[in-house]
Structures are given as C-alpha cells and as structure tokens.
Design a protein around this ligand. Structure first.
Ligand code: ZN
Ligand code: ZN
Length: 345
C-alpha cells in the first residue's frame, strides 16, 4: 500500500512511498482508514520543529476514522471486525507510571504516538491501540476529527474549567481555536474570538456559521479594551491561546482578568519572549494542553452523538492521499479550515 512517509529528520523529507501492510500487533486493531485529518502538528513534523518523540521513516497522520478489519491478540470482545471507529494517537503507554495510573497517560514519559513514532493513518490501513466506536449518527468525516475535538475538550473543560457565564477569549481562529470556541460555548461561556486581519474570512465564518457572538480583528481593534468592555471592565475570565505566537501569548496575559485562567494550546515551535511577570502580578493560573485523556474522548463522542457539536461544519476540504502536499500547503497558507485526506478516494 502507499502512505505519506516522513523518511528523514530535518525540514521536508516527506513523500508518498510504498509501505508494508502489517498485521495488528498484540492489543491492536487494524483499521481501514476512511478519513484522516491533517493537523497543525503535521506541519511541525514536516518542518521538524516539534519537541516530541519522532522516529523515521514513519507514516504520518494521527487523526482518523475507519472500519475495523482485523484484531490482534488480546483485544477486547467489545470491538469486532466491521465496527466503525475512531482512535487515539497513543500506540504505546507504559501503564504503570503515575500518569498512566491516574488517567493522564498523555503525559506518560514513554508514550509513543502514531504519525510520530509508529506508522500513522495517512495510508489505507493503520494499526491502532485505543479505538472508540463511532456513534451511528456520526459520519466518518466527523469521526476523523474526534482527536482534535478531544484536545479542545481537554484544554477548555478539563484544564481550564470553563463555566457558564465566563467570558472566554480564544486567540487564533484556526481549527483548534474554532473547536475550542464550540466547546466553550457548549459549556455556557461567552466566546470572544480573536484573530488578525489575515483571519478576516475565518472570523466572518465563525460569526455566520458557528454563531460566535464576538470576534475581534486585533490589528484594527484594541483587543484588550474590547475584552474589558465585554466583561464589566475586568478582562476575560479565561483565555485559550491557540495561535502559538509571542504577540498572541502576550495578548492572552494582557486580556485575561486578574486571577483569571490562561491555557496554552498553540505551539510556537521555538523559544519566544513574552511578558511573563504578568502571571505573578495578576495571580494568573496558567495551564497547558497537549493531547487528551480518555475522559476527553468520551465527552467528545457524547457531544458529537447528541449533535451539540457538529464537527462537519469545520471540514472545508477533502483531498486524496496523493494530494497531501497541497493539503499541507493550504494549512501553511491558512486556507480552508479542517482538511481531510481520503485514502479511499
Ligand atoms: Zn492533531
Ligand atoms: Zn506511563
């Protein structure tokens, strides 16, 4: 079969190659991939600017949905051949460190992830360890985006505890920012979505299609002042930073109220200089979010099944595997929203 392979460390070194189709290992299921999401972190892997355990050559891709076609030894009877599933990127976790035992296995020091260390889903088949059945009402397209939604559920709900009535500023209207906005709205937060003039189309889309009440073009509007106006002069209760750029992190620290919460989801991919002492002066609670835990997967699937969050609204393009480069370039140019690869197309 053919897959999109990162074949060497460094910037670039990605191409479609012939790869071996392998049987599922112990505890794994083999999934025929129906849809796979291109993630911002795939660009970081492409450019080799990600600080995570990578082994080359590796088939890229960690967001997928598909149909179970084979089971390795030791897989629970709950999963059978023919099941429609999505799956977690984690292929291996140790199972006995503090993090694994407390359910925070996204922090397991020996965690190995598909698309980074093990072959991922930009291929017709992928072997996965942790799969979840898709609710009947959820399409393969929507299912392929569960991983991204679960990241946002983890950061917005589990890490930040957004509550009804909170003014939640979300910086960066890309797919992570938009899904975070949907999660914050589902929790009863009032979302203020911030972007640059370059994001004008995305901000308009967010107002028009997602019902996000407030958007700010930070290049034409004083965002800190606007956040204060919307929060009785205090600033946002919670800020979710999804842009991964120094000015965006500074805006987060400035736009949040004293004793407010900031969660960092964006990855600058390098050291950046920000006004760190604001964390002390304002007694901020700052958290990060990377990946997800099982609880976030379960909640995401419920939000999708009940229709509270419709992932398909954010899917803008579906491309064939051979068009991966076009997809990566579109992501880089911030064109479209969530892009899917279809190995079966
Ligand atoms: Zn991802
Ligand atoms: Zn562990």
């Amino acid at each position: 079969m053919r897959g999109v392979v990162k074949f060497e460390r460094g910037s670039g070194f990605v191409e479609v190659r012939d790869i071996d189709e392998r049987p599922p290992g112990p505890g794994q299921v083999k999934v025929e991939v129906r849809a796979a999401g291109i993630c911002g972190s795939d660009l970081h892997i492409y450019h080799d600017t990600i600080n995570y355990n990578i082994r080359t050559p590796v088939v890229m891709g960690h967001e997928f949905s598909g149909v179970v076609v084979d089971k390795g030894v030791g897989v629970s009877d709950d999963i059978v051949v023919g099941d429609r599933v999505t799956g977690e990127p984690s292929i291996y976790i140790c199972g006995h460190c503090d993090f694994c035992l407390s359910g925070h296995y996204n922090m397991c020091p020996t965690r190995q992830v598909m698309g980074y260390y093990h072959d991922g889903c930009f291929a017709p088949y992928v072997n996965a360890t942790f799969v979840h059945k898709l609710p009947d009402t959820v399409t393969f397209e929507a299912g392929a985006v569960t991983e991204l939604l679960a990241c946002c559920v983890h950061s917005v709900i589990e890490q930040c505890g957004v509550t009804a009535g909170d003014v939640v500023a979300i910086i960066g209207p890309g797919p992570v920012g938009l899904f975070s906005a949907l999660v914050a709205m589902a929790e009863g937060g009032t979302v203020v979505l911030c972007g640059t003039s370059r994001d004008r189309e995305r901000l308009a889309f967010a107002e028009r299609e997602l019902g996000i009440g407030h958007t700010i073009d930070v290049q034409t509007v004083d965002a800190v002042q606007r956040l204060q106006e919307l929060s009785g002069g205090y600033g946002a209760d919670v800020v979710i930073e999804c842009a991964g750029a120094a000015p965006a992190i500074d805006l987060a620290l400035e736009g949040v109220r004293k004793r407010g919460k900031v969660s960092l989801m964006g990855l600058p991919g390098k050291r950046v200089e920000v006004d760190f002492e604001k964390i002390a002066y304002k007694e901020l609670v700052v958290s990060g979010g990377i990946g997800q835990r099982r609880t976030a997967w379960e909640r995401s699937l419920k939000l999708m099944a009940s229709g509270v969050i419709d992932n398909e609204k954010l899917i803008s393009h579906q491309l064939t595997l051979g068009e991966w480069e076009l997809g990566f370039q579109m992501m880089e140019r911030q064109e479209g929203l969530k892009l899917l690869l279809r190995p079966d197309a």
